[in-house]
Design a protein around this ligand. Structure first.
Ligand code: NOJ
Length: 785
């Protein structure tokens, strides 16, 4: 039944009546349908080969297929082993990662193919998270474009470059729902919403795995981290997680299910404990949900030493117990901890682990090796490598992706004049100030793959090229951490001598964002806030470009700086994309995929929350409570409930008016919707069609992401105040009006009910077509029995 959830969601997606969107760069390799990839994971011919090979394998060789080491630059605590060649020769290793060149890949592969008894190829993996050499914006930025096709195209470029280096497996996409900006890994995913997360998860898998997994330029995807990792208590990385089964199924699982349904070949189990059971030892999630409910046929890989970490979690007292628990729970492959290597054979011989279970795990591994075509083509073509990197069309896509990722948070007038952005050719002399203004390393973001600072065009370089050196005065102003009074004084001088100031401030990457980079304070680090306030005090118009892997709490800046753009970490084309945006050649169209907090104390903060029994309705939350009506409600006494900027929010240089919301039915029946959802003859027909007319009321062309939200009331389990149920990115000419139509199927009204069944119940329904999650006119309908 759970499978239906995602399949129907796909149907709903296809049903959405798209208006034409601007033409996009065509890819040389087309992107597959999910069905083609799924069948290539397990066709009858390759299953036969898997069985035949399995019959020949000794127990120690079977265990070897389940063992994985990092043979390159480690990304965590290692095992200290380096004798990989010897182990490969003996058939004791199935996969390696962190190797990044075709030559190195081929060297190890030659040992496996020529010197091991059964000649089983190794599988090489790598963290290719937002590009291999051509670095695209960090995933949080990429998601802010609300553009699955764009995501798929960036993943395709990443696949081409990665595979050219001999690596055929990426540990991506990260599809963890992230509701807490303190968690540094928010940067690596698609934000807080399950619907958008699922759409982008499918897109990543499509892009990486391509039309056929065995095509030489396809790589296996690995959705991670299964599961609940993003809900770390207090936003502290690796921390424990408590999520009810209902919340798990409704909010945290859909992006994983979507990725698996799109044919993802592998999946990574997470570090965290989930309701007391470490996720890398959870038969409930790994066997019941993943294998039985979703029918996953690929590899479950542990996260880096997460098998060994079962000891620290406190559910195993030694390495053997950790290996046994992880393995029996459904982790096929042990990344780095070496505990399968050390214990699994003995555990089978002692009867603690059935050999049939080892056979099954080995089947998963061999199946993917066959699906990737590694037996036929084990080696990388070393001549393809250099030419595959940083291709002109890849760079052009990187610039488009960066431009679409930017979210314009504020664009007010200066001294009651016109909005500060975009700057015009007559803007005069520009002071470019800030530690990120001439930065090439941080622009790559965390998990920068093989991205190199020298590949980055910085903001300073691009701005100087655009307006000429005479029109730019640069001063660093401060370091991100540290800095001096002299630096700040120089920046003030430069600001005073200029007509407008562009300030480039934010976090550094990967130190402050990404893995192991949780923060308890979400302001600008170091002396940057001070610098900002001083620059604003010069009285010059200021444009703040914010670089970060999460929203930052900047109440002063957001009140006093006229123009603020969230630029995330834009990748190799940072400079050109920013300059084109600042001068209006690109019109910002990104929208937030995470709620932007006013203060850290609001976290975790997400729009699809429950209403509570005491919601704060029609109460002024900008001041402390004055009486019992204002006090005994769900609120803070010293902060508003609402975010600074809601999920889905983002400005443009033009404006859009929403009107004429129409719905084709006001009554639906739960019985027939459920029949549609679960019945044998599930159809792709829409339950309702809802539309709105949207007009570009400004003078510039622009893209608008139109969002559809649903609320259900009167159900057995309380439902969110709003849930995203559709979105479309639509291009508008100045003055143009378009009717944007959404066709919503039964799944648009279904949820995980009190028996944890995905189903439709009688309910009062409110729908919005709106520019973000906090606004819009509404339509209502009734779902009867
Ligand atoms: C640990 C991280 O949690 C995971 O995302 C990554 O893929 C592995 N290390 C491998 O580097």
């Amino acid at each position: 039944m759970a499978n239906l959830l995602i399949r129907s969601a796909v149907v709903a997606c296809l049903l959405v009546c798209c208006q034409p969107v601007p033409a996009q760069t065509k890819l040389s390799t087309s992107i597959s349908s999910p069905v083609a990839v799924r069948s290539s994971l397990s066709n009858a011919a390759s299953e036969k080969k898997v069985e035949a090979l399995l019959q020949k394998m000794k127990l120690e060789e079977k265990v070897g297929q389940l063992v994985q080491y990092s043979a390159g630059q480690p990304t965590g605590p290692g095992t200290g082993r380096t004798d990989y060649e010897d182990m490969i020769r003996k058939g004791e290793v199935g996969a390696l990662f962190n190797i990044t060149t075709a030559r190195q890949v081929n060297e190890y592969q030659r040992v496996a193919m020529e010197q091991s008894r059964l000649h089983i190829p190794l599988l090489f993996g790598l963290d290719v998270i937002h590009g291999f050499r051509t670095e695209f914006p960090i995933p949080l930025g990429l998601a802010s474009a609300w553009d699955p096709d764009l995501v798929a195209r960036t993943a395709r470029v990443a696949a081409r470059e990665t595979s050219a280096s001999g690596v055929r497996w990426t540990f991506s996409p990260m599809v963890d729902i992230a509701r807490d900006a303190r968690w540094g890994r928010m940067a690596e995913g698609s934000g807080e919403d399950p619907y958008l997360g699922a759409a982008l998860a499918r897109a990543y898998v499509r892009g990486y795995q391509g039309e056929r997994l065995d095509a030489p330029d396809s790589i296996a995807a690995c959705p991670k981290h299964f599961v609940g990792y993003g809900a770390a208590e207090g936003g502290r990385d690796y921390n424990s997680v408590e999520i009810s089964e209902h919340t798990l199924r409704q909010f945290y699982l859909p992006p994983f299910h979507a990725a698996i349904d799109a044919g993802a070949a592998t999946l990574m189990s997470s570090f965290n404990s989930l309701n007391g059971v470490p996720a890398s030892a959870s038969p409930f999630t790994l066997k019941q949900i993943l294998r039985r409910e979703w029918g996953f046929a690929g590899i479950v890989d542990s996260d880096f030493t997460s098998v060994a970490e079962l000891v620290a979690h406190g559910i195993a007292n030694d390495g053997a117990a950790a290996a046994r628990k992880a393995f029996l729970a459904g982790v096929d492959m042990d990344m780095v901890s070496s505990l399968y290597h050390e214990n699994l054979e003995h555990l089978v011989r002692s009867g603690e682990v059935p050999e049939a279970a080892v056979d099954e795990a080995v089947r998963h591994v061999l199946r993917i090796k066959f699906a990737l075509g590694l037996f036929e083509q084990p080696y990388a073509d070393e001549t393809r490598e250099a030419g595959a990197m940083l291709q002109p069309e890849s760079l052009s896509l990187a610039r488009t992706a960066a431009e679409r990722s930017f979210v314009l948070l504020k664009n007010a007038g200066f001294s009651a004049g016109a909005p500060v952005l975009p700057l015009s050719a007559e803007s005069g002399v520009i002071a470019l100030v800030g530690p990120l203004a001439d930065d090439s390393k941080d622009m790559l973001g965390s998990w920068a793959g093989q991205g190199r600072p020298e590949d980055v065009i910085t903001l300073r370089t691009a701005l100087t090229q655009r307006v000429g050196a005479d029109h730019v005065r640069y001063a660093k102003g401060t370091e991100i951490i540290g800095g001096s009074d002299e630096q700040s004084a120089e920046a003030l001088k430069v600001a005073e001598q200029s007509d407008v100031v562009i300030l480039a401030l934010g976090e550094n990457a990967p130190e402050m964002t990404g893995e192991a980079a949780s923060r308890a304070h979400l302001g600008l680090p170091g002396r940057q806030e001070q610098l900002l306030e001083k620059i604003v005090a010069t009285g010059k118009p200021v444009v703040l470009l914010l670089f970060s892997g999460r929203p930052l709490t900047l109440p002063w800046a957001l009140e006093h700086v006229p123009a603020v753009l969230a630029a995330w970490f834009p990748g190799v084309q940072a400079g050109p994309a920013l300059v084109r945006t600042v001068f209006g050649e690109a019109n910002p169209s990104g929208k937030l995929v995470v709620s932007w907090p006013r203060s850290v104390g609001q976290e975790p903060l997400y729009y699809d929350a429950l209403n509570t029994g005491r919601p704060a309705v029609n109460i002024d939350l900008t001041r402390p409570p004055k009486n019992t009506e204002e006090k005994y409600i769900s609120r803070y006494i010293d902060e508003q409930n609402s975010p600074q900027f809601p999920f889905g929010y983002g400005l443009s240089y033009t404006e859009f008016r929403y009107g004429n919301l129409q719905i084709d039915k006001t009554q639906l029946s739960a019985k027939s919707l459920n029949h549609n959802l679960h019945g044998g003859e599930r159809t792709a027909s829409a339950a309702i069609v809802v539309s709105a007319e949207i007009t570009n009321t400004g003078t510039r062309p622009g893209d608008e992401t139109v969002q559809l939200y649903v609320q259900l009331r009167g159900t057995s389990v309380a439902q969110p105040v709003r849930a995203l149920s559709g979105f479309q990115r639509v291009g508008f000419a100045p003055g143009e009006t378009k009717k944007v139509t959404f066709a919503l199927g039964a799944e648009g009204f279904a949820f995980w009910n009190e028996q944890n069944k995905f189903s439709v119940e009688p309910a009062r329904v409110t729908l919005w077509i709106s520019p973000d999650s906090s606004r819009g006119s509404e339509a209502t309908l009734q779902i009867t029995d």
